[in-house]
Design a protein. Structure first.
Length: 333
């Protein structure tokens, strides 16, 4: 809306001082011609905008003028919780609200605090996605987020490993983990009514947002479970996932270089193995225990350490690695 853009323009000039038309156009994502029209509109409404000509010129407010139109809308206030994550805020459809909220907050702060906020923004940045991996395309994230907020049931088509399924879901919350968005939801199924079956209540489950093929928001709402807490659910879910995937413990002998690779290659399991490693031997290698996934997955993960590691046990895993290395040697002979 133009009124919102005019207010953003006014707050930009108040917070940053003199700005050129191209700088304002870039901030507001409009054309330079639109900036000039908006400047004229501000002047016509009584805002004292001064135009400085020349190479160092631009637009600025007359000295001493400050607006107090700094009230935040509900969306802008909520978006402040994502102030350190502009990318995810944009994915949720809150990018413009976040920018407007930050401008209003800066305008409301005393000069010294506004300067400090600006320095913090310039010096610290949160980049949510993990290294060497693109974030999932999430075309349905914004409507899912609105359904979470409005407590509206979602009719979805979802791609699982075993094929596509159609589900109606109670969307309870969204989580951003390592650059990947997840929806925490409860399915609507069974004769016992929403969220239940004849055998009892349907458990809360986690869905990867990038795997939703279609999403429709229904007019029907749902009653959010009073006992459900998103952060607590996610912590327990992560613990259960780790316990279910890390099925066995390997005994490994590692070079100093392999030790440095452990946290990157094996995450929390690698950090624990590093902390529990024994003293180095005469060659500088250490012995430790490392939690690994199923044998087929563990072979690939451990081979990634190359000649910097030796698996000592269990015997079945060592034998599987021997077979894999022998096959590779034959293939590349």
């Amino acid at each position: 809306m133009r009124a919102d853009r005019l207010l953003s323009l006014l707050l930009l000039l108040q917070n940053r001082g003199r700005m050129t038309a191209p700088e304002l156009a870039a901030e507001l994502e409009v054309s330079v011609r639109t900036v000039y029209r908006d400047i004229d509109a501000l002047g016509a409404s009584g805002v004292p905008v001064q135009v400085d000509r020349g190479p160092a010129g631009g637009f600025r407010l007359v000295d001493g003028y400050r607006t107090r139109l700094t009230g935040l809308t509900d969306a802008q206030a909520g978006s402040l919780f994502l102030a350190g994550a502009p990318g995810p805020a944009h994915d949720l459809g809150l990018g413009a609200d976040l920018a407007a909220a930050q401008l209003k907050l800066q305008a409301a702060l005393p000069a010294e605090l506004a300067g400090r906020a600006r320095r913090i923004q310039q010096r610290f940045h949160l980049d949510a996605p993990a290294w060497f991996r693109d974030a999932d395309p999430v075309p349905h994230l914004a409507p899912i987020a609105r359904a979470v907020w409005d407590q509206r049931i979602l009719r979805t088509r979802y791609r699982r490993w075993t094929g596509e399924v159609t589900r109606e879901l109670w969307p309870l919350g969204l989580v951003l983990k390592g650059g990947i968005w997840y929806l925490v939801a409860r399915a609507v199924m069974g004769a016992g009514g929403p969220g239940s079956t004849a055998g009892g209540e349907v458990p809360v489950r986690t869905y990867r947002v990038g795997r939703f093929l279609d999403v429709e928001t229904l007019t029907e709402g749902f009653e959010r479970p009073t006992e459900f807490e998103l952060a607590a659910y996610w912590a327990e879910s992560a613990r259960r996932l780790e316990a279910s995937t890390l099925r066995q413990t390997s005994v490994v002998r590692l070079s100093p270089y392999a030790l440095r690779l452990l946290p990157m290659r094996f995450g929390a399991a690698g950090v624990r193995a590093l902390a529990e490693a024994g003293p180095p031997d005469a060659d500088g290698w250490v012995r430790t225990e490392l939690a690994v996934e199923s044998e087929s997955v563990a072979v690939g993960d451990l081979l990634a350490l190359g000649t910097e590691a030796e698996v000592l046990g269990p015997p079945e895993l060592r034998q599987a690695l021997t077979l894999a290395v022998t096959e590779l040697a034959e293939r590349y002979r």
